[in-house]
Design a protein around this ligand. Structure first.
Ligand code: C2O
Length: 498
């Protein structure tokens, strides 16, 4: 683990995490990238050094610290074309930001096109010395992070805009593919009698996973960096971008148990020769594959999750009871082969949105290209409703908002509304065509923030908008280092109209 001050070298390396060798884009030369660790209140200084050379993949990069609010450091959010120009090959850039109030399970990934599908993804954990859940577990360190990733045998770029289909699921960077070798699976070692906090991170480009540990229950205590009231389940579906902390009591007979991460229909569901599996191994159990089987009778439903502290949603307790109410429909345009949100496909602007604002853009209408921007006033309650999507249009979509967590007053898989104690999180499944998700947040964080589907292929196809929050205060509230300007040499003097 590294941090809170560290170099993060991004380079190309041939690895074979599932037995198939391919060139990848990695942070720190490993997959997943090194765990970044720190404590609540820390200042992080992460020097990203771009040493990429392989032209079959993108050679520029940009790194997003998923879930970190970046209050007063919008410029460090890492979303290429929204908050910065990409870091060019052979250049470097220091992301310098504080995490004053947040703690929990986050992650980092490339936010340039679909580059993270080529490997640039890792865990980012912020510890809270006063964790309110500490009495529920004995052991919490980096060995109990469980990352779930889809894995591809071809570079993301080769898709030419079409979603690729993953060949395997990697749990902590290990997995197997159909008709591939019996490559080693990840092993999580536990000691009977101890209680573990497992931080489960869906670093997926595409599928959601159903996560379970045979014969063990999981007590959910955190969703996306927000503490929840403890909730006991025996499986959970986790969408691309989401995280859960679960407490597992190692109180079963000493032995080996399958850990499962079954991808949804987008990939290749089901058990087959060790795919989608890892091993929970008790100390002094034989080194052998488990023979356990899987039954779930109590899967997680998001409506049953509740924020632990100050759980009420902001605003008034009825649909539309907010200062600004946005209903943003999305669709797919088969002519241009792009998704649209609110009628527009998000086309990454040449001049990053933040730079456009710094250059004088005053309203959503000033921002280019037209259509994908919503100017939000400061200190207001915003309610956003996103409809669900049929399988025919690639649904269900998990939407992620940068710069905030939000109260999920309606979940994608439920038709009830909860204003009293909904879960707070930063990525929500908006459900199938008969569903929708509604969430609320308060505009207390000036800057342009991405709202997009976290299926990386869909983001590349335009399924995104930008919330330009408090445009007039954005410049003064986000002081930038000189190095930030240097990333956009060609646009130094541009105004939004040029
Ligand atoms: Cu994890 Cu905009 O992303």
């Amino acid at each position: 683990a590294i941090g809170p001050t560290a170099d993060l070298v991004i380079n190309n390396k041939v690895i074979s995490p599932d037995g198939f060798s391919r060139s990848t884009v990695l942070a720190g030369g490993v997959f997943p990238g090194p765990v970044i660790r720190g404590n609540k209140g820390d200042r992080f200084r992460l020097n990203v050094i771009d040493s990429l050379t392989d032209a079959t993949m993108l050679r520029s990069t940009s790194i997003h610290w998923h879930g970190i609010f970046q209050k007063t450091s919008n410029w460090a959010d890492g979303a290429a074309s929204v908050t910065q120009c990409p870091i060019a090959a052979n250049d470097s850039f220091v992301y310098d930001f504080k995490v004053p109030k947040q703690a929990g399970t986050f992650w980092y990934h490339s936010h340039l096109s679909s580059q993270y599908c080529d490997g640039l993804r890792g865990a980012f954990i912020v510890y809270d010395p006063q964790d309110p859940h500490k009495a529920l577990y004995d052991v919490d360190n980096e060995s109990t992070i469980i990352t779930l990733s889809d894995w591809y045998h071809e570079p993301a770029r080769s898709s030419e805009g079409l979603p690729l289909t993953a060949q395997s699921t990697l749990i902590n960077g290990k997995g197997r593919y159909i008709n591939g070798p019996a490559s080693p699976l990840a092993v999580i070692n536990v000691t009977k009698g101890k209680r573990y906090r497992f931080r489960v991170i869906a670093m997926s480009c595409d599928p959601a996973f159903t996560f379970a540990v045979d014969n063990h229950t999981l007590t959910v205590i955190e969703a996306d960096g927000e503490n929840t009231a403890p909730l006991v389940v025996d499986s959970l579906q986790i969408f691309a971008g989401q995280r859960y902390s679960v407490v597992l009591a190692a109180n079963k007979p000493i032995g080996n148990y399958w850990i499962r991460a079954d991808p949804d229909f987008r990939a290749f569901p089901g058990f087959d020769g060790g795919r989608n599996l890892a091993i929970l191994r008790y100390a002094s159990a034989p080194v052998a594959d488990p023979t356990t089987s899987y039954v779930t009778t109590n899967p997680l439903r998001e409506v049953n999750l509740h924020a632990l502290t100050n759980p009420a949603a902001p605003g008034l307790p009825f649909i539309g009871g907010a200062d600004v109410v946005l209903n943003i429909a999305h669709s797919f345009d088969f002519n241009t082969f792009h998704y649209t949100m609110g009628g527009y496909a998000f086309i990454p602007p040449t001049v990053p949105v933040l730079l456009q604002i710094l250059s004088g853009a005053q309203s959503a209408g000033d921002l280019l290209p037209q259509g994908s921007y919503y100017a939000l006033p400061p200190n207001k309650v915003i309610e956003v409703t996103l409809p669900g999507t049929g399988v025919d249009l690639g649904g269900p979509h998990p939407f992620h908002l940068h710069g905030h967590s939000f109260s999920v007053v309606r979940s994608g898989d439920s038709d009830t509304y909860n204003y009293v104690n909904p879960v707070r999180r930063d990525t929500v499944n908006t459900g199938f065509a008969d569903g929708n998700a509604t969430f609320r947040f308060v505009t207390d964080n000036a800057g342009p923030w991405f709202l997009h589907c976290h299926i990386d292929w869909h983001l590349d196809l335009g399924l995104a908008v930008v919330f330009a929050e408090d445009i007039p205060s954005t410049a003064t509230q986000n002081p930038r280092p000189a190095a930030w300007d240097r990333l956009c040499p060609r646009y130094d003097s541009l105004t939004p109209d040029q």
